[in-house]
Design a protein around this ligand. Sequence first.
Ligand code: PAF
Length: 285
Amino acid sequence: MTDTRDIGTIAGVREMQDFSNGLRGEGKTIAFVPTMGALHDGHLSLMREGKKHGDVLIASVFVNPAQFGRNDDFNSYTRDTDGDLKKMTAAGVDIAFFPRSDEIYPPGYETYVDVTELGKPLCGRFRPGHFRGVATVVLKLFNIVKPHAAVFGEKDYQQLQIIKKMVSDLNLEVEIIGMPIVREESGLAMSSRNSYLSPEEREKAAYLSLALRQIKKRFDGGERDTSTLVKEGYVVLGGGSIGEVDYLEIRDGATLRDKALAAPGDVAALAVRIGSARLIDNTVL
Ligand code: PAF
């Protein structure tokens, strides 16, 4: 059944702040799901969860230039405002916030947030400045939308840890909720970037989650040596023949520090480039 409910849209920063101040003034709670659009079932699961955490659900769509490097896919990143609006309506979003880039980063903008240690390993090593861009825009969006709770996907595991740390370090009064990865039938983690994959590349991409499952299986079977576990994962990835492996590592689930011996709660995480897509995935041991 098509949802014909009206969804409110807001583009102005001041308008969004006034709207949220009004809600708070009425004693209403705000749940928030920030996105970069190109919405898929993973995003929709965040929105459905968001419904449970506030009287009003706000979702934003903003392709944040500050988190893309010079060689990243900022220009080619999928933009589909009409499609996103339909999906947000169906997922129960009350207000869709579409800020303009020149309002988020006006000329002369110069303030950035850096979560220094958590931003260094894994994707931080291959995408310098990426997490600084993420933390900055998330803090700005929190200051504009003023949520009581915000929902993020666990596929971006490092991003989620960084946001939690920023919220704790900066005493922000926002509850951060992480939601499990939503996967396609093949095991491929849902991602807006999966749309870059050809059918053959999609088949290869299924090996990413297989590699992580193999690591988890060996961990559950008692193996604790991280280099042995990682080697097993590389075997599933065909020693890199599936695509260019940026990293496949096991790290402490909270601090993301390197470990010689794996323990429950650690995370096995990988990033692999297949064609023009850079895909990430993870599993918590
Ligand atoms: O996960 C994303 O889509 C983005 O990194 C986020 C959190 C919306 C910030 O731009």
